[in-house]
Design a protein around this ligand. Structure first.
Ligand code: XIL
Length: 364
């Protein structure tokens, strides 16, 4: 009798194990992004003010605890005329962050894109001193206004060249000021808010040639006391790149320099390059790409978790596949599906591969 009881008990356990491992994924069984990563790093998302009122707002509150303004704090949108600032859209994001207790990253104080028309005028005779004065005024005004709310700023964005034979990007900033504007921007920002974390932010940081240049710029800053706290690795990646080795090399390099690392603009394009042909949802190729994307996300987050002492935040660039800036870049109108939530705002396979790193939930 005792023997039969033991057998039945064993059978029950086996049944439970088999049943649990076959059960399809229920989304309410999954942890949210920030729950899954609370002992690793902050999870963030880039937003427009409109997204904070619509259907996506709930998703934002559920999964993230950090935000970046996708556009409205850039120099063109926030400072359209020399003596006029457009605070309203940025303030809406700040209010939301205050109300819902979000960390806020500021993006970006000095960039060559999305600049206001007045900034580099009059052409050809604008002096370096005058441009640096404008940069100082801009940075001091914006950083001071959001001192209580923004804990980290992307101070200079994309100042390093993509060309192998060139160090600095030949932007108007560079042509008028040479490279001095970069260090100056950090100094102005630090003076306006000594408590803010200050980041140099760029893309293609995994590229060994560009990475070396960024390293030498930031190493020089550290050696000479320019107040830089971290590197923002944008993370506009694809299903084919970076490789695990490239990612590890990049993270190790900057961690060894004692810089904080943030992935500031993460998305995983389903198209390896501008020439890749459009793939329609529902097709076999599309489903294969979604699997590849889930694998790529899995690898990236596995490596990032290993570097949790250096990596302090990961921010996705947009909320769901309903809308991504990659729908129009680098090819206009080529719909992309680079994020963790689909067009219905539901978690994708990629989501599971990011949050289920202890393999508690079976794959759908
Ligand atoms: C993009 C925005 O997502 C778009 O809406 C806008 O039209 C162009 O800029 N690197 C950056 C971001 O640092 O500011 C860019 O954001 C994407 C590339």
């Amino acid at each position: 009798m005792k023997y039969i009881k033991k057998q039945a008990y064993l059978l029950l356990i086996i049944f439970q194990l088999v049943y649990l491992s076959c059960k399809p994924v229920q989304t309410n069984e999954l942890p949210t992004l920030h729950e899954a990563y609370q002992s690793y790093f902050r999870m963030g998302v880039a937003v427009s003010p409109g997204a904070l009122e619509g259907e996506e707002s709930q998703l934002i509150r559920q999964h993230f605890q950090s935000m970046t303004a996708e556009n409205v704090m850039k120099m063109g949108p926030i400072h359209p005329e020399e003596d006029r600032y457009n605070w309203e859209p940025a303030d809406r994001i700040v209010d939301f962050a205050r109300t819902h207790d979000f960390f806020l990253r500021g993006h970006a104080l000095c960039w060559h894109n999305q600049v206001p028309d007045w900034l580099f005028k009059p052409d050809s005779i604008l002096s370096k001193e005058e441009l640096l004065t404008r940069l100082n005024d801009h940075i001091t005004t914006v950083v001071s206004r959001y001192k209580q709310d923004i804990y980290a700023w992307d101070v200079v964005n994309e100042a390093i060249s993509d060309r192998e034979d060139e160090f600095y990007r030949e932007s108007k900033w560079f042509k008028i000021c040479d490279s001095t504007y970069i260090a100056k921007a950090f100094e102005y920002a630090h003076r306006a808010d000594p408590d803010a974390e200050l980041y140099y932010n760029d893309y293609s940081v995994i590229n060994p040639v560009k990475r070396k240049k960024i390293y030498s710029l930031l190493r020089g800053f550290k050696d000479s006391g320019v107040p830089v706290d971290g590197i923002g690795i944008q993370g506009h990646w694809s299903i084919e790149s970076p490789s695990e080795t490239q990612l590890r090399e990049t993270l190790s390099l900057f961690a060894d320099l004692d810089l904080k690392i943030q992935i500031t603009e993460l998305d995983i394009s389903i198209y390896p390059n501008a020439e890749s042909k459009v793939v329609e949802p529902g097709t076999v190729s599309f489903n294969r790409l979604m699997e590849k994307q889930a694998d790529q996300y899995e690898m990236i987050f596995r490596v990032l978790r290993e570097y949790k002492d250096a990596v302090t935040a990961v921010t996705f660039w947009n909320i769901s596949d309903r809308h991504s800036w990659l729908d129009n870049f680098p090819v206009r109108g080529r719909k992309n599906y680079p994020l963790l939530f689909n067009e219905k705002l539901l978690p994708k396979e990629a989501y599971l591969s990011v949050v289920d790193f202890n393999n508690q939930v079976s794959k759908p």
